[in-house]
Ligand binder design. Structure first.
Ligand SMILES: [Zn+2]
Length: 327
């Protein structure tokens, strides 16, 4: 006996409750925009909504909300993302944007009569990656949605969507999950990860299950801790030692960790300062500026194929000086 995809979702109780109520009232809507941080479960909620809409015999819970039964062939196909009336659109491999041909295919799919049930559901993940032509094609469908069709747009960057697209969708804003929820999800989906690594990953993940899994999945928590400790210790080092740290961390085995960890380090420092003291606003400004400069250096490194060691030297020297190093 399997259960509805809605029942497997942790966190986002209010959003799930609202959607289930709308389903029960027979007013699920035609266009949704789910936005919020990466890796918190937007897509799972979209899939649960699709499953419930496509299920021929949905169940009503004791709060009067509705959800797919989870057990029928339709629900099972949805859970495997293999239902003929469900289509999920995302950026094709090796591409950076959703192409207009993909959107046109999706629009054609939505215009057809459903093959099995009463609805067609299309999920676009990540909707902010539609190029201009794709977005304009999508807009036409949103202006006149085919009857019995639902479009769910998902993104962490709602600002990257045309305002006219945003305004035609009902919106749900997803927030980061709390650490206890992420901890529980990790225990369930990745029980093999040692508890101490799991705790550390949750702490660094900023409310994102996706990030926690990424952090813990690589079995490199010790390396992460080591790099974050190195960043904290920078001001006490001499220039020569900073160069040694750069050489160590620019090694091909380790360098992949550097970008995300620098981001984590900046975010954490800013969070700590903001919590402690409003007066330290200038310090936050300086950190934000340094963070954007570091991000730019790393982008240039990738684009122009530069030497990781020299880039990391520049970054670490800057961070050391920012924290009061004498060189
Ligand atoms: Zn069902």
């Amino acid at each position: 006996m399997t259960t509805s995809l809605f029942d497997a979702i942790r966190g986002h109780g209010e959003i799930v409750g609202r959607l289930r109520q709308l389903l029960a009232m027979g007013r699920p809507g035609h266009a949704w925009l789910f936005h919020g941080p990466e890796g918190v479960g937007k897509r799972q909620v979209a899939m649960a909504l699709a499953q419930s809409l496509l299920c021929p015999a949905p169940l009503v819970d004791r709060n009067g909300g509705m959800a797919g039964c989870g057990n029928c062939p339709s629900c099972r196909k949805c859970a495997r993302a293999m239902h003929p009336d469900l289509q999920i659109l995302s950026v094709l491999e090796k591409k950076t944007r959703i192409a207009v041909e993909q959107v046109r295919d999706l629009i054609r799919f939505m215009a057809f009569t459903p093959l099995e049930g009463a609805w067609k559901v299309a999920i676009v993940d990540d909707a902010a990656l539609m190029n201009e032509a794709s977005a304009n094609a999508m807009l036409k469908t949103l202006e006149e949605p085919p009857s019995g069709s639902m479009l769910i747009l998902i993104t962490s960057q709602p600002g990257g969507l045309l305002p006219t697209i945003r305004s035609r969708c009902r919106q749900e804003r997803f927030t980061p999950l709390d650490n206890a929820t992420i901890q529980a999800i990790l225990e369930q989906v990745a029980p093999a990860i040692p508890a101490s690594e799991r705790r550390e990953a949750v702490r660094l993940a900023g409310g994102s299950v996706g990030e926690a899994l990424r952090l813990s999945g690589q079995g490199s928590m010790a390396a992460r801790r080591e790099f974050l400790d190195a960043l904290e210790g920078l001001p006490a080092l001499g220039l020569w030692e900073v160069l040694e740290v750069s050489a160590h961390w620019s090694h091909a085995d380790r360098f992949d960790l550097v970008g995300p960890l620098l981001e984590t380090w900046f975010a954490e420092r800013i969070r700590v300062i903001m919590r402690q003291d409003e007066e330290r606003r200038p310090e936050v400004e300086a950190l934000l500026e340094a963070a954007s400069q570091v991000a730019r250096l790393l982008r240039e490194l990738a684009i122009f194929n530069l030497n990781p060691r020299l880039t990391l030297e520049a970054i670490l020297i800057r961070l050391a000086r920012m924290q009061g190093a004498a060189f």
